[in-house]
Design a protein around this ligand. Sequence first.
Ligand code: DXP
Ligand SMILES: NCC(=O)COP(=O)(O)O
Length: 276
Amino acid sequence: MLFGTIFSERQHIAVPSWLQIKLLVYAMTAVSRLSVNVNAVAVLRNRRDLPWPSVTDLAAIALEAGAKGITVHPRPDERHIRKTDVHDLSELIGDRFPNKELCLEGYPSADFLDLVDQARPDQVLFVPDDPNQSTSDHGWQFDQDTSLLEHAIAKAKDWAVTVSLFCDPDPSAPDHAVRLGAERIEIYTGPYGACFDDPARAEKELAKVVATAEAARAAGLGVNAGHDLTVANIPALIVSAPFIREMSIGHGFTADALIHGFAGSVVRFRRALGEI
Ligand SMILES: CC(=O)[C@@H](O)[C@H](O)COP(=O)(O)O
Ligand SMILES: NCC(=O)COP(=O)(O)O
């Protein structure tokens, strides 16, 4: 059979069998690509002046269950992740999970760069979010943001932190990221994730993400993807771009974990990624 169907709970996308075989080979040799974003755990905790649910305890469960790392996106108003969470997570990973990774996401303000300096995560994702934005919804406009990014990237490099830049699904973006000296990009997958009830549109959005991923790989960048990824929409993406190194997943992961538990959802997402 030339084509198989990548099944998901809500989406079905036909992909050639050779791509599925390629994914299997990658899966057998790769470590996990799943970085669990725990922003939503902090949202829940912050409803009360109480320390539960604990961001670090749930992060530990995810790491123990096989996630590659933890991602957080502290926002200037600390509406979910607080600076103290970042320090606690950095300590957790340093003390108990030295082979796992912490990724910090944020707009490269002086305040955020100070936090990166203090926490020294494995990776930083610079995102062009303004402080009032409810969530991330676009990548960098590279022609406008050059000097801000040059400054931030130079700092992160001094601290030996891997730099990733948040990019729209646009194949021209990776060249800008290379020119600025970034090591990776994270492709914004929100438009793809928003097509959960429209398979035809999902295929079109997926094609843009994959074209961008391929351009990034050709330019020598590591390729990450994130935003609104789910157990349902990951399989078609990973089978089309099996070289993706990391997917950071928060909202969809937490929704899934409310039903299946944090450890159970790590297994479900790793299965969607073809890793187990
Ligand atoms: C960079 C990105 O894609 C975002 O998804 C972000 O990490 C989520 O932020 P919120 O949890 O504040 O919506
Ligand atoms: N970088 C994307 C991320 O960390 C999580 O995004 P989402 O799954 O909460 O949309």
